[in-house]
Write a protein that binds this ligand. Sequence first.
Ligand SMILES: [Zn+2]
Length: 267
Amino acid sequence: MKPVSKHRLRPVLLWLVVFLFVAACYTVPETGRRSLSLIPASQEMAMGVSAFDQIKQQERLATDRAKIERVQRIGHRIAEAVGDDLPGAEWEFVLFENEAVNAFALPGGKVGVFTGLLDLAETDDELAVVMGHEVAHVTARHGGERMSQIFALTAVGVALDAALSGQDQQTRALAMAAYGVGTTVGVILPYSRRAESEADEIGLIYMARAGYDPRAAITFWEKMAERAKGASRPPEFLSTHPSDETRIARLQMLMPRALAIYEENRS
Ligand SMILES: [Zn+2]
């Protein structure tokens, strides 16, 4: 393979930098943070939809009507509270028969909840904590951001060693994994802690706007922490999330604003 001269590489890198930092930003709703976005929202959503279809075919769907109805009722109430934060979203809330205390979200408005979570989130307010958090991952487009970061890293790597051929498959595999498109739900890559904190913050606003008591976020995460202490392994939902102390302290800081929103919207 012929090495690429530095002379030819420089304009490529320059354009890459311009592309990354000028043309490719997304403003996260509610927090206003600027995030990297290299994939058009429409494409991101299409990938989320097809990934969700795949998961629905592979995983066991719950059959308990009352539980399904509960998840969908809370989910759609929160989705309504999202307003125009994610135009074009097609919200779908699906309950999977799985004892893991877990939930996940995919681009475009697809949220999966495991039956194991329902046993712990006894009240609707508590379930709204987790569902608000997952919906926030979607509107903040954290999946697309993670994928963009992988693309950016890969693009830089490719530009540097000028070896595009043969990398395609690996790049695609990485990108797909970033989206949570794996053979099982278990391979979904964890979000960064920053994304998790941001989803907590936005989720708290959504649940309050939907008329759910945001104070349930504190009691719910305390309950999760208590459960984690007794378990030999922390619940999956916790293992990829910020430490409980940090999380609860942050939520307490955000509570006055969330409570004011809740007072305006409670039924
Ligand atoms: Zn999360």
